[in-house]
Design a protein around this ligand. Sequence first.
Ligand code: MLC
Length: 509
Amino acid sequence: MTDNLYDLFRSRFPADRSRPFIEVPDGVTISFAELEAASARYAHALVAAGVKPGDRVAVQVDKSAEAVVLVLACLRSGAILLPLNTAYQAGELEYFLSDAAPAAVVCQPHRLAELEAVVATTGIGARVLTLGTAGDGSLPDTATGKADSFASAARGGDDIAAILYSSGTTGRPKGAMLSHTNLAANAGTLHKLWGFRPDDVLLHCLPIFHTHGLFVAINCVLMNGTGMIFCPKFDAEQAIGLFARATVFMGVPTFYTRFLASPNLTPEACGHIRLFISGSAPLLEETFNAFKDRTGHTILERYGMTEGGMFTSNPLDGDRRAGTVGFPLPDVSLRITGEDGRVLPQGEIGIIEVKGPNIFKGYWNMPEKTKAEFTDDGFFQSGDVGVVDERGYVSIVGRAKDLIISGGYNVYPKEIEDVIDRMDGVVESAVVGMPHPDFGEAGLAVVVTAPGGGGLTADGVLAGLKGRLANYKVPKQAVLVSELPRNAMGKVQKNVLRDRYAAEWKAKL
Ligand code: MLC
């Protein structure tokens, strides 16, 4: 056995392989036996497509049982998985594919022509494969008839298992490289910390192209060797109906606010769930309290990011405190530092830095950026501003980076401003995060138009962004102005904009 993560998961599969692993409501059910066999066949199909260990396989597919099989097939074949949000548009994909230069790109059949065109533009020469759900995908076609067993490619612990792109406040998105050991360490820690039991069933409603749905949720289930109910999309009513058959639920705060909006969220409906977990965005104290009042359940909030999975968690047994993200995980060292890099005493506010076996190996093709984000003694500088209280609970109190977290997705204003600034009639722009009842935060674009403006309207700005950026990045509102407020250093005062447009924003929601 090597350090291939698949082998670890396989060692945790139940002795009775006929037990269900994935059940899609009104869809397929896949047992562990089928998972093993199908991921072997898909791994053979990847090899047949020319994929070698260490090659990247970009995957932009809808959430399905087959998609999970493909994820495991990538691990088994030693390929590096590059999951891509299905909302990404051609321009965004072009960058990821040029940067990561995958050997193969897997997409839904209906996007084949589009992805082929993107691949042609990049000149990377990748094979474009399709993943159908009803016999209409080239990958399942190639897999048909292949052997049901596959010897996992030998992988060392530091070999990269996945690259996940995260954007930034400046420059290009960065591909965070996560090793087999990074993922194994975090999965093992969370599985233990959250007390997974032999009878647990996870209700999975998250997308599977980001850390939360992919590595936190699925990997805990794989470590537990039990099953999950796998909903292709989040639907609050459907999820509430399924609580009766599940024991663990993981979601972003928007899921919880949508549950609270339903009269069907009752203590009885939640009676079978032993653990509700929230993450990816700050859980408002108001939501935490309302959920407790309505259901009797105390949501467990945890904190992490793409660059290492989870860093902290409120306790399973013990006080789960609203407004905090709990304690550093047992194998994570966490410290707070000041602007000069000095480690601050408990109670002082500063940048959160973390170190542990789960922290990523660096950014793909960006040694300088990697170096800049780690301290000399190996701590990753998260860019989040936090504080540790006298009991050791960590709270996130702000962000050192200009970032909007909308419905659990990170949205970087700079990326949107760059697209707006290239529009005809635009001089410059600023995108700010505003409070949003459903998504927690959402973007407002404040756009300075050229004299005359060329007929540009606020709606025109928003329409111009659609199709160029993933839909969740498109600001919900825009205003046209003649100038932006700046401080003495010439920096746009985003806090002034947030205050100035607060009433107008709220009125238009
Ligand atoms: C959808 N829309 C959003 C949005 N999601 N707008 C802002 N922010 C979002 N998150 C917009 C769409 O653009 C569309 O607008 C309209 O809402 C309806 O789209 P939809 O697809 O029908 O929305 P819905 O399915 O309701 O999606 C909402 C959601 C989804 C909350 C279910 O966003 C979601 O699953 N979020 C989870 C994100 C997540 O998994 N993050 C984990 C990152 S990992 P229009 O105008 O086009 O009609 C990470 C690390 C960690 O952060 O710690 O976990």
